[in-house]
Write a protein of this length. Structure first.
Length: 84
């Protein structure tokens, strides 16, 4: 499965995307990512800090942290975006 990071999540991880193992739920995947990435944004936020405010897509569909990742191929991590 791939996880794609956008905006502040990308800045905190230092990568745009990565291959990850299999996880039962989105929450398990996010916990794993937060435990592996210890970088920060220019504002000093860690990935764990950022994830509390993000929206998520599983294979292009809006998802909640309790959602299953069974058969999922891609997860997008979408922090709040500024601008119009």
């Amino acid at each position: 499965m791939q996880i794609h990071y956008f905006a502040a999540a990308r800045a905190a991880t230092g990568v745009a995307q990565e291959e990850v193992g299999n996880f039962a739920t989105l929450q398990e995947l996010l916990d794993d990512a937060a435990s592996r990435h210890h970088g920060t944004t220019d504002a000093g936020q860690t990935l764990a800090d950022i994830l509390t405010r993000c929206s998520f897509l599983i294979d292009g569909k809006r998802a909640q942290q309790t959602d299953s990742l069974e058969s999922a191929e891609r997860v997008d991590v979408l922090p709040p975006f500024a601008g119009g």
